[in-house]
Write a protein that binds this ligand. Structure first.
Ligand SMILES: CCCCC/C=C/CC(=O)SCCNC(=O)CCNC(=O)[C@H](O)C(C)(C)COP(=O)(O)OP(=O)(O)OC[C@H]1O[C@@H](n2cnc3c(N)ncnc32)[C@H](O)[C@@H]1OP(=O)(O)O
Length: 326
């Protein structure tokens, strides 16, 4: 017999009253089940809201937005010689869930073959991105946390590989705060423009994790080993101005004029001969490619181990508990 909503709420309360801590792995499983229950409730709520809105208005075209891009977590547009990939989970601060990793890879592969001269990554809403979605840790497969960590490392390696191999000029338009993997990847971009509202934060040690996105190699080269250590090991958060002084950001703009100034500049860049730009990027980046792939493989393998550590599991459980999701 299927449990009712009341049974579920009672069970949730019982978990909070347990005298003995059930442990991180069990807590992550509980969170996963909680999410499924919430998803079922959301489904029912959505269907019921759709029914009432369709009854009240025959002009609504459900799913129009989604059809225009074909993506669930991104908005992708192509005009004026620019393919713009916009992270589109603003209510979650553009955290990267598993679907978003796959969709970004898909969008990059498509952009590498389309007619555009340059490609831009940016965020919708007040954040550029809050990095890896920490709820990614909760969908534990039958093979347990080891299988989860192994799959995560495979996905991460493929994902970062797409940035290493991207053939056209790739520009980050950092519209707001950036956290975790959204910061480390910036070392693989060809230019990074930031609003003065943006901050750059890689709290890997706080999360019991280690650097990815090739940052263990690119950051010391860009900003010196000591400055890279302050960010990647001690989790020092940089302002946009500081990140620019360290060479991670190319130029900072006042937030009030950011979009206008940046897009005017990008449209001018996109009028340059595309083949010349592609070939020039190749000659700047290609001699590092093999090294970057090797660094990526090593970082993913180290992270796979970190994800299984108590330090990491405690940090994830703490985040989810703070958000009342456990
Ligand atoms: C294949 C796997 C690859 C893995 C690659 C590894 C990458 C490493 C990293 O990226 S490490 C970085 C991980 N990110 C974080 O630690 C950030 C966590 N989030 C926060 O600290 C805060 O949310 C914040 C500072 C980004 C914003 O705080 P604020 O108080 O302004 O807003 P909220 O916390 O209320 O956020 C709004 C809702 O968004 C949810 N959310 C935000 N970021 C994340 C995230 N990274 N993961 C999961 N969920 C996130 C937050 O829970 C709120 O949701 P709610 O409205 O449902 O409560």
């Amino acid at each position: 017999m299927r449990a009712s909503q009341k049974d579920f709420e009672n069970a949730m309360n019982q978990v909070k009253l347990l005298k003995k801590d059930p442990g991180n792995e069990v807590k992550l499983k509980l969170y996963s089940l909680y999410k499924q229950e919430t998803a079922r409730q959301n489904y029912v709520d959505l269907v019921s809201s759709l029914s009432s809105s369709l009854e009240s208005s025959s002009q609504v075209e459900p799913g129009t937005d989604r059809k225009s891009t074909g993506y669930e977590t991104l908005m992708v547009t192509s005009e004026d010689g620019i393919t713009k990939i916009m992270l589109n989970r603003p209510t979650k601060k553009n955290a990267l869930n598993v679907e978003m990793y796959h969709e970004i890879m898909h969008a990059l592969k498509a952009a590498s073959k389309d007619d555009s001269a340059i490609t831009v990554l940016t965020g919708n809403g007040d954040y550029y991105s809050s990095g890896n979605d920490l709820t990614n840790f909760t969908d534990i497969p039958p093979g347990g946390v080891e299988e989860k960590a192994k799959n995560g490392a495979i996905l991460l390696r493929e994902f970062v590989g797409c940035f290493i191999d991207f053939p056209k000029p790739l520009i980050a338009v950092v519209n707001g705060p950036a956290v975790g993997i959204s910061v480390t990847l910036l070392g693989l971009f060809d230019a990074v423009y930031a609003s003065d509202r943006a901050t750059f934060h890689t709290p890997f040690s706080h999360l019991g994790q280690s650097p990815e996105g090739c940052s263990s190699y690119t950051f010391p080269k860009i900003m010196s080993p000591a400055k890279a250590t302050e960010m990647l090991v001690f989790g020092k958060k940089l302002t946009a101005g500081e990140a620019c002084a360290q060479g991670l950001v190319t130029e900072v703009f006042p937030d009030s004029t950011f979009q206008k100034e940046v897009w005017t500049r990008l449209k001018a860049f996109a009028k340059l001969p595309p083949n010349a730009m592609r070939i020039s990027k190749e000659i700047i980046r290609n001699r590092e490619k093999e090294k970057l792939h090797a660094v990526n493989a090593e970082e993913c393998s180290v992270l796979q181990g970190r994800w299984l550590s108590d330090e990491c599991m405690n940090a994830v459980v703490n985040f989810l508990s703070r958000k009342s999701k456990l």
